[in-house]
Write a protein that binds this ligand. Structure first.
Ligand code: GUN
Length: 293
């Protein structure tokens, strides 16, 4: 059993990006510039955005953080998006989710210029990804693909079961794993809260991607011997023994599932760390105009 080390791989990816940016700078190229819009005071979002900004600094990207309080109106957010869409120096930007309930998230995402949508959330990027055209691939699925690649995990002809159908993870993951490329060429099943006999299906998985957001939902009896288990879950649960008052839990009951696996990602230290690296990668692509000319 191999524990997939997201810490090492994300550090490698970031180091490679740093080298690329240095080369680009030396050649008089554009320094990638990422902007992030953060609305309200969601604790997890604060942490994620801080980590994105810190990663920009480490790699040598420019970054801009635009913060507004939770009373910000939808129109005000749309106005900020228009400014960023038109700002020549900004290569890519993200709107951190979740947004306060009074803001329509679909309207916000559709207002982002697809060329600058480094989160890969815009319908145009999702559509292009589904068609196999060049597109920004959203950070979490991208991070999972990179882990599979760097551990040289075979995927062709394997049964990949994705648990969860979120727009950000489950849905794109299921599309990416069936593509005629590597990683890909899987037979894909996507199971969700209305699936009957869910455990019977997960038990058939050669590659199991757990992305439903229910702490420790996947137990040993739901996993086949020798499976590759990718845990995308990251839920804060109350833990009074921790200084922060919470612990991070994945969707997989790691201690009992791990002994059955050929590969497994831990939480924390697995997929989560890769997502920021993937966003940085997309930002470099945006500065180089690699997806859209
Ligand atoms: N909230 C949780 N994950 C993400 C992400 O990848 N991007 C943005 N913008 N918000 C998120």
């Amino acid at each position: 059993m191999t524990i997939i080390d997201g810490k090492i791989i994300s550090a490698q990816v970031k180091q490679e990006l740093k080298v690329e940016v240095e080369k680009q700078k030396a050649n008089g190229g554009k320094i990638p510039h990422l902007a992030a819009i953060l609305i309200g005071d969601n604790g997890a979002s604060e942490t994620y955005v801080a980590s994105k900004i810190r990663s920009c600094e480490e790699i040598g990207f420019r970054s801009t953080l635009i913060r507004r309080d939770s009373s910000t109106t939808e129109d005000e957010v749309l106005e900020i998006i228009q400014q960023l869409n038109n700002d020549e120096d900004i290569d890519g930007f993200i709107v951190q989710l979740p947004l306060p309930a009074h803001i329509n998230v679909d309207k916000i995402i559709e207002a982002i210029e697809p060329r600058k949508d480094v989160d890969g959330f815009h319908p145009i990027n999702i559509g292009r990804m589904a068609k196999g055209l060049p597109a920004y691939i959203s950070a979490t699925p991208f991070g999972v693909l990179e882990l599979i690649k760097r551990y040289k995990i075979e995927t062709a002809g394997k049964h990949c079961v994705v648990v969860g159908r979120s727009q950000i993870v489950g849905l794109p993951m299921s599309i990416l794993m069936q593509r005629n490329t590597y990683p890909g060429n899987c037979t894909v099943s996507l199971v969700h809260s209305k699936t009957k006999n869910l455990a019977e299906i997960t038990k058939q998985a050669d590659i199991l991607v757990a992305a439903l957001g229910k702490p420790e939902f996947i137990t040993a009896d739901m996993v086949k011997e020798g499976a590759v288990v990718i845990d995308v879950g990251l839920t804060r649960v109350v833990d009074t023994t921790k200084k922060s008052g919470f612990a991070l839990k994945g969707d997989v009951k790691f201690d009992e599932v791990a002994p059955k696996c050929s590969y497994i990602t831990p939480v924390p230290g697995g997929v989560g760390l890769m997502t920021v690296a993937a966003l940085m990668y997309n930002t470099l692509l945006s500065a180089r105009r690699e997806i859209y000319q």
